[in-house]
Design a protein around this ligand. Structure first.
Ligand code: GLU
Length: 272
């Protein structure tokens, strides 16, 4: 009995030390390289925004990335990502983490590691005032522009079903595809947000939906948000599944949420 106990303890210790080693190896690799490579947005004011003249990035996600690099004792290198490219770049190893308004979902958690959320946003819808669209109900029968690889279309459909505006009989959260959904509302998917904004002006789509933080820059004269915001979007830092760096980032994010560091970054960037 004693022997079995000893063997068991040795096994537990072995597993624990292997996990610790994995963390060290992945974190060490970044330290050895001397650069933390981070995927960020370039047009989300307050989160990830790039000044086109200077090339400088700013926002709370940039501040978090800079602080991570500072903790690691390395430089930081930013790569602009979109909702569609951020996961490819993480998978290929071109970037170490994503800090790009990346919503944590159950399905995404199966493929990537996410930290505790550092911010919660909501989805809403931007329209041209001339369209007369003011509420979710007005979206019935309309075409909405969304980004590929985003949560937006599903959020719109769920909100419309919840409001009793469309029939949810065909809706399945896991298999939902914006490209084929036509019950009560339809979607046009685009690779980036400026293209959706242009499509909205051109009347190619009736509305533009995504998180409020992302939509802000496109809310120009003559455009308004509809009178609804829905589908809480919890943003987390994403890393490769099972990477030792995931545990490192999680520890830092929880520490900076608790000690007010992240609240400070929000305030400094005008994020509420
Ligand atoms: N935050 C949403 C998502 O992760 C909107 C897309 C985006 O971040 O660009 O799907």
């Amino acid at each position: 009995m004693k022997k079995v106990w000893c063997l068991l303890m040795t096994l537990v210790l072995l597993v624990l030390s292997t996990a610790a080693l994995a963390e060290d190896a992945d974190v060490q690799a970044i330290k050895d390289r001397g650069v933390l490579r981070v995927g960020v947005k370039n047009a989300v004011v307050g989160f990830g925004y790039q000044d086109m003249l200077t090339g400088e990035y700013s926002g709370m996600e940039i501040d978090i990335a800079n602080k991570l690099a500072e903790e690691l004792g390395v430089d930081v290198e930013f790569t602009t990502v979109t909702a569609a490219t951020r996961t490819e770049l993480l998978d290929s190893g071109d970037i170490d983490c994503v800090l790009a308004t990346f919503t944590i979902t159950a399905a995404r958690k199966e493929n990537w590691d996410f930290t505790t959320p550092y911010y919660t946003d909501y989805v809403t819808v931007l329209v041209e005032d001339a369209s007369g669209i003011k509420t979710l109900a007005d979206l019935v029968g309309k075409k909405v522009g969304v980004s590929s690889g985003s949560t937006s279309a599903r959020a719109v459909v769920e909100a419309m079903i919840d409001a009793g505006l469309i029939d949810g009989a065909d809706f399945d959260r896991d298999t939902f595809d914006p490209a084929t959904w036509t019950t009560g509302v339809s979607f046009q998917q685009y690779d980036d947000y400026p293209t959706i904004s242009t499509a909205l002006s051109a009347g190619e789509v009736d509305a533009f939906s995504v998180d409020k933080s992302i939509l802000a820059i496109y809310k120009t004269e003559g455009r308004s948000f509809i009178d609804a915001q829905f589908a809480p979007q919890e943003y987390g830092v994403a890393t490769k599944k099972g990477s030792g760096f995931s545990a490192y980032v999680e520890e830092k994010i929880t520490e900076w949420l608790a000690d007010g560091t992240i609240a400070g970054f929000m305030a400094a960037n005008g994020v509420e």
